[in-house]
Design a protein around this ligand. Structure first.
Ligand code: GH3
Ligand code: MG
Ligand code: MG
Length: 398
């Protein structure tokens, strides 16, 4: 992302440039110190974003008008005493920050980080009034969000079902299907913890907002609202959900091999196990792994585990689930697969498994497709793995 900083205070512009470039790898900044320099820079290069001081030695806002007229994305910097910005100005810029407080640079960094992610964030806007839809869409598109819109709950559900929506903003009173019913329907498939919803209404009645919260809205906004109110709520919720998702992922992924862990097996796989009529489980265990550790060191052992997990992942289908079951033991859950078909998948892994840094190693495996429960099927596969080990290793038993 190419950013132009327009600021006459050299120390301040340097601080911003350094912080942005150090903390956000995708940002490159140029700096100019006056309106004249801005016009020159503008001719020579295309910028994605302008961070612009309100008062320059040769301009008192004309530079902002110039950028807005050219439909550019502007973040305004202003001193505390100039804080009272006209609404019209506020609505045509992306955001503003108050200078002289160093913590605002944190806000700026965070804001630009969001902007960078936003093209991949899908927001669904639902309102029966076209002007309101357009108003919201306009605000959000300027922030680089990918926006879908619908005129009632029914239309919204259709869009919701066929797109990967990250946030819903819905009016409450609408014809066909109202916002409350929509929230209810959405919450059937996406829990509170999976998708943020903002309810909007011009209703004077608090009751309707409370009802929306009860049904699963995360927040609400009363019409008419300012651009800033919407943007702040959207950004806050998305930040919150992203952090939450990161933690969720950490909980179910083994950090060394980056495949699923036992927690996932016991809490997620257990639940989907019965969704499939036909399925197989393979248990794979590296042979004489302790020797590798003892001979080449524990760190080398770790590298072998990573490499082994990667080889497994490269050879299974997208729908197959790979779990680190124990130290050097891995489980593959294969939906819609018989054990003979699973055997062919394992042969692919055998064939693809090259020596790691010239050190050859093998694995043994057991496969099962019988068992009423996950635990039963694992037990079967595990006892076949044991057989494979007992009868000499480097074998697959079905
Ligand atoms: P077998 O052929 O019977 O499977 O013998 P093995 O040596 O592979 O199996 P054993 O169970 O005797 O030893 C497994 C070793 O794996 C012991 C343990 O220290 C090591 N191990 C477990 N987790 C890790 C890990 O995360 N990293 C490394 N480097 N070693 C691990
Ligand atoms: Mg100035
Ligand atoms: Mg082993």
């Amino acid at each position: 992302m190419d950013v132009l900083i327009i600021e006459d205070n050299i120390v301040y512009s340097k601080t911003i440039k350094n912080r942005l470039e150090n903390q956000l790898v995708f940002v490159r900044c140029d700096v100019v110190r006056s309106f004249e320099e801005l016009k020159k820079a503008y001719k020579n290069k295309k910028y994605d974003l302008f961070i612009c001081d309100l008062f320059l030695p040769d301009a008192k806002g004309e530079q902002i008008d110039f950028l807005i007229k050219n439909s550019e994305k502007v973040i305004l910097m202003t001193g505390y005493e100039e804080f009272e910005l006209a609404d019209e100005l506020k609505n045509s810029i992306l955001d503003y920050i108050i200078k002289d407080d160093i913590s605002t640079i944190d806000y700026l960094v965070n804001f630009i980080r969001r902007l960078h992610k936003n093209p991949h964030v899908n927001i669904l806007v639902v309102d029966d009034s076209k002007p309101v839809r357009e108003y919201e869409k306009n605000i959000l598109s300027k922030m680089f969000f990918n926006v879908f819109s619908a005129k009632n709950g029914k239309e919204a559900l259709k869009i919701f079902e066929s797109n990967d929506i990250d946030l819903v903003i819905t009016d409450l009173v609408m014809e066909e299907m109202d916002g409350l019913s929509l929230i209810k329907k959405i919450r059937h498939s996406k829990k509170m913890t999976e998708l943020p919803v903002i309810a909007i209404s011009s209703s004077e009645e608090k009751k309707i907002f409370l009802k929306s919260l009860k049904l699963g809205a995360n927040d609400y906004l009363k019409k008419p609202f300012e651009k800033e109110e919407l943007v702040l709520r959207v950004n806050n919720l998305l930040d919150l959900y992203e952090n939450y998702k990161k933690i969720q992922e950490k909980l179910i992924i083994d950090p060394l091999t980056e495949v699923y862990n036992r927690f996932y097996l016991e809490n997620v796989l257990e639940k989907v196990f019965n969704n499939y009529e036909k399925k197989s489980i393979a248990m794979l265990d590296i042979d004489y792994f302790k020797n590798l550790n003892d001979t080449y060191g524990h760190q080398f052992g770790d590298e072998v585990l990573k490499y082994f997990a990667k080889t497994i992942k490269n050879n299974v289908r997208k729908s197959d689930i790979v779990v680190r079951y124990g130290g050097e033991e891995f489980l593959i859950f294969m939906p819609n697969t018989t054990k003979k078909e699973a055997f062919i998948v394992l042969l692919k892994i055998v064939k693809d498994l090259q020596p790691y840094k010239d050190i050859k190693f093998t694995f043994s495996a057991g496969i099962a497709d019988e068992g009423e429960t996950l635990a039963e099927m694992i037990k079967k596969a595990d006892s076949r793995l044991y057989e494979a080990k007992e009868s000499g290793r480097n074998k697959i038993v079905i």
